[in-house]
Design a protein around this ligand. Sequence first.
Ligand code: 13P
Ligand code: SF4
Length: 304
Amino acid sequence: WAIYAPYVVAINELKKQRNAVILAHNYMTPEIYHGIADFVGDSLQLAIKATEVEADVIVQCGVHFMAETSKILNPAKTVIIPDMEAGCSLAESVTAEGIAQMRAKYPGAPVVTYVNTTAEVKAASDICCTSSNAAQIVAALPDDTIIMTPDQYLAQNIANQVPEKNIVWWEGSCIVHEQYTAQDLKDFREWNPDTRIIAHPECPPDVVAESDFSGSTSGIIDYVTREKPQKAMLVTECSMASNISDALPEVDFVGPCNMCPFMKKITLEKVLFALHTMTGQVEVDPAVAEKAKLAVQRMIDLSR
Ligand code: 13P
Ligand code: SF4
């Protein structure tokens, strides 16, 4: 912590001067998560928080689509992402043209789009979802056939949870979660039978089937905090366990994890630079933002 302290002090001081808040995702490194964030959460919690912010400036410590969502919800505020290159393999996997192709293939079916997408894709969709509310949103729609984009694995996991719906999907995937295999988990369990295995729903369905619990990043934190298993393997991004291990000394976090190279682009140095220079401002075409907001707001309204 000694090497981080000067950055933490300087950033917290600059936040006051700029009237800024830092919204940070659960995958941020511990020095960001514990040192400078005003609010931490999963994608849905961050989107809801963005609707409640009173500060003039939002610094999004997360990936670009999260900052875009904050801007869509707050067009008059300044939204900053400390590294414009903090992307997402899911957001890169589909365009508005792809959504149009799916609509042509399944006429009349509503498009439920994961928030891990660009503003243009959200604008071309009917409603957004996150990993914490996807099943609820799909179940609430009156249609039998539902298009889910862009995460094929989230779609397949939701199809298992809501079998009465005919869910069709785009073929995108998360480069972090697609790497886990069911065989890895089986092998791990054989050697560590008393480990609670907890997987994010961006993992393939056979990985989720091998796990004891699956949920959004905040769902995972709530589960481990509530259950306090002796040993826990978090089948997700590495910073999750680092961020919660101090508060849960009775839980031994074991097993491998995968790093998200996009989330890891956000560092204390870059946050300090961005706040100092007010660079990295996220802009969304107002016409696109207006349409995208409808899809995001419908999701928020359905999730309350
Ligand atoms: P959550 O909504 O569960 O936080 O997931 C966001 C994400 O990018 C996971 O890879
Ligand atoms: Fe995208 Fe996966 Fe990284 Fe989340 S963990 S930001 S879904 S690449």
